[in-house]
Write a protein that binds this ligand. Structure first.
Ligand code: URA
Length: 222
C-alpha cells in the first residue's frame, strides 16, 4: 500500500541523479535530463544523450529530433502520456560528442533503475548506443534493426536515431524516416497483440555484422 508522502524508490533515485557527480559530464551540464513521458507506461524509448535544448530544458528529446519522434509516435496513436523517453546518458556531452564508455558505465545505474521500475513490455532503442546497451552486444544499428529481440522480459525493437534521420543519413537503400515508421508500426502491433501486417523492410546493403544477433533471443516478428 502506498503511504502518502512516502518517497518511492524511483523518486529517490531520480533525486540522487539530479545531483549526480559520478562522471565528468556533471561539470558541463546545465541540468540532469532524467526522463520524459510516463514511467508507468508499457513502452520505453531510449536515446543516446541530451543535446543542447534538452540540457537547457531538462527534458529528453525536445529539439528537432524530438519533434520528429513526437510526429512518428502520433502516427501510431501514441504520445508522451503513453510512453516514457529516456537516454543512456543523462547529462549532455560537450559539443554533443558521443558518450564515452566510462560515462555510460557511470550512468548505468540510473537507466537500470528506470528499466526495473517500468518493466516495460516494449523497449525501442534509438541508435547505436541504446541498442548496444540493451542487447549487450557490439552490434551496429543498421544490422540490429529489422529484427525484434527478447531482453529483460520485453520485446526490444531497435531503430534508427531520429537525429540521424534528420541529418539525411542513408542506411543502405532505405529512407531512415520510413524505417523508423515501419519499426513503430511493429511497436503498435506488439501492444495490440496483432501479428505484423507486412514485413519491415531492412536496409538493402547492410554492412556485415560485427556480431550476429543472438539467434536464440531474436524473435521471428520481422
Ligand atoms: N538525442 C538523444 O539521444 N537524446 C535526446 O534527448 C535528444 C537528442
Amino acid at each position: 500500500m502506498a503511504v502518502e508522502g512516502a518517497v518511492t524508490d524511483i523518486e529517490r533515485i531520480r533525486r540522487e541523479a539530479l545531483a549526480c557527480t559520478r562522471c565528468r559530464l556533471a561539470e558541463g551540464r546545465t541540468q540532469v535530463v532524467w526522463a520524459a513521458g510516463n514511467l508507468d507506461s508499457d513502452v520505453l524509448f531510449i536515446g543516446e544523450a541530451p543535446g543542447f535544448h534538452e540540457d537547457r530544458q531538462g527534458v529528453p528529446f525536445v529539439g528537432a529530433a524530438g519533434q520528429l519522434l513526437d510526429t512518428l509516435l502520433g502516427e501510431i496513436g501514441l504520445d508522451r502520456t503513453r510512453v516514457a523517453i529516456v537516454n543512456v546518458v543523462k547529462c549532455r556531452p560537450p559539443g554533443n560528442r558521443d558518450p564515452l564508455p566510462d560515462e555510460i558505465d557511470a550512468c548505468r545505474p540510473y537507466l537500470e533503475a528506470q528499466l526495473e521500475h517500468m518493466k516495460p513490455r516494449v523497449i525501442v532503442t534509438l541508435g547505436n548506443f541504446a541498442t548496444r546497451f540493451i542487447l549487450e552486444q557490439p552490434i551496429g544499428i543498421s544490422r540490429a534493426r529489422g529484427h525484434a529481440y527478447r531482453r529483460r522480459g520485453a520485446t526490444v525493437i531497435p531503430t534508427f536515431h531520429p537525429a540521424a534521420a534528420l541529418r539525411g543519413s542513408r542506411f543502405g537503400g532505405l529512407s531512415p524516416v520510413d524505417a523508423i515508421r515501419a519499426d513503430l508500426r511493429r511497436v503498435r502491433a506488439v501492444l495490440d497483440g496483432t501479428p505484423a501486417a507486412s514485413p519491415v523492410p531492412a536496409a538493402l546493403d547492410e554492412a556485415p555484422a560485427e556480431s550476429e544477433p543472438d539467434a536464440a533471443e531474436q524473435l521471428g516478428l520481422f
